[in-house]
Design a protein around this ligand. Structure first.
Ligand SMILES: *Cc1c(COP(=O)(O)O)cnc(C)c1O
Length: 384
């Protein structure tokens, strides 16, 4: 029996990624040139060619640019789940708008569509679903609701590369969302260290985001130095941001992107092994994708049931004592000091109940059979 430690996550970076980034570093051009646009093109093709992809420095930047493209501003309300990372809500504040938190549907751990319906007011502008752990939200239900009230949808797809809803990839169509944000943070389903991708359905909005990504300048930085037009000619049309992805990061991203299905297969297999091995324990296992859809299995989040011999906190400590990393996704936003004071009080019984009992087990692309067997053995030991 292997008694070595198992980390919560370990990135999968190979020689191909290292060679790709080295090549960019030797080229003499470190910032955005050809690698980032190539990564964007890969995303557009993968998502069906009907959307525009913009490589950016993080998913947080993508969400910020997305809200800007959708025209969210002071006085507007944006509906999002309380069970998410703070980035989903903070970008709403960047725009001077108000986040309106909604409880989760306990069956999917995603934004409750009924909860959204109840939260809509004349000030509501946009809905931000989060595909929790990689289980896609009910985008058809949300789209119908949004259309009926003239709202836009920006999905936080930081967990959902790739995932499917209604048989279509998250980020692939305006029929689902007006804009979508993917994350390339170190522990996401592909990484550039830090990075992200904004997907925009509408061409005019995408043009706005492209300008705002780089200081509100109307030509991108590389063209400024290669166009036949005088290189010093550019105009500033808005107070933009500095969110372009470097070619060093994009080069890593292109290799990681080529391994997306290999990564997905590895995680899907690991999730199925956990499902089989843990089903008889006092655990609530993660919700699966709807029939015909795809779960990205970014996270494997279980709940310690009431009939378990110990609490969630005690479980985490017992795992730590055995050298196994775990995490908690998430302490709901309405329980956080900043959001508690800012956000209009509501009741979030499903998110509160979830948080009391949730724990995320290690699941990553390079996890070995021995590592997963060790996690299963320890979980079984602790819970029996
Ligand atoms: C990771 C994450 C983000 C932020 O992604 P960055 O690329 O680090 O900005 C946003 N929302 C959710 C749900 C996340 O998990």
């Amino acid at each position: 029996m292997n008694h070595s430690n198992v980390p919560f996550f370990r990135p999968s970076i190979g020689d191909a990624e290292i060679d790709a980034v080295t090549k960019v570093m030797r080229s003499g051009w470190l910032t955005t040139a050809s690698e980032a646009p190539a990564l964007e093109k890969s995303f557009e093709e993968y998502l069906g060619g009907d959307v525009h992809a913009l490589a950016v420095t993080s998913a947080t930047a993508a969400l910020h640019l997305g809200l800007d493209a959708l025209g969210v501003g002071p006085g507007d309300e944006v509906i999002l789940p309380t069970l998410t990372f703070t980035a989903t809500a903070e970008v709403v504040r960047y725009m001077g708008a108000t986040p309106v938190l909604v409880d989760i549907d306990p069956a999917t751990l995603c934004l409750s569509v009924d909860g959204v319906r109840t939260a809509i007011t004349p000030r509501t502008k946009t809905v931000m679903p989060v595909h929790f752990a990689g289980r896609a939200c009910d985008m058809a239900g949300l789209r119908a609701l949004a259309d009926a009230h003239g709202l836009t949808i920006l999905d936080d797809a930081a967990h959902a590369l790739p995932a499917k809803t209604g048989g279509a990839l998250i980020g692939s169509a305006a029929a689902q969302a007006d804009a979508t944000a993917f994350s390339f943070y170190a522990n996401k389903t592909m990484t550039t260290g830090e990075g992200g991708m904004l997907i925009v359905a509408d061409a005019d909005r995408a043009a706005r985001s492209r300008t705002m990504r780089l200081h509100g300048i109307d030509r991108d930085v590389f063209k400024r130095f290669t166009d036949t037009k005088a290189p010093w000619i550019y105009d500033v049309v808005a107070p933009g941001f500095k969110y372009n992805l470097t070619d060093m990061a994009a080069a890593i991203g292109r290799v990681q992107f080529s391994r997306l299905s290999e990564f997905l297969d590895a995680r899907t297999t690991r999730a199925a092994i956990y499902d089989d091995a843990l089903s008889d324990l006092p655990l609530t296992l993660p919700p699966h994708a709807a029939p015909g859809d795809m779960h990205s299995w970014h996270l494997y989040c279980v709940r310690i049931r009431e009939d378990a011999p110990l609490s969630r906190d005690a479980f985490i400590n017992a795992m730590k004592d055995e050298g196994i990393g775990t995490s908690v996704h998430y302490r709901p936003l309405h329980q956080m000091t900043y959001w508690r004071h800012l956000v209009d009080k509501g009741k979030f019984p499903n998110a509160d109940a979830y948080f009391e009992r949730c724990v995320t087990l290690p699941l990553f692309m390079s996890m070995t059979d021995d590592e997963q067997a060790r996690v299963i053995t320890v979980v079984r030991q602790i819970l029996s």
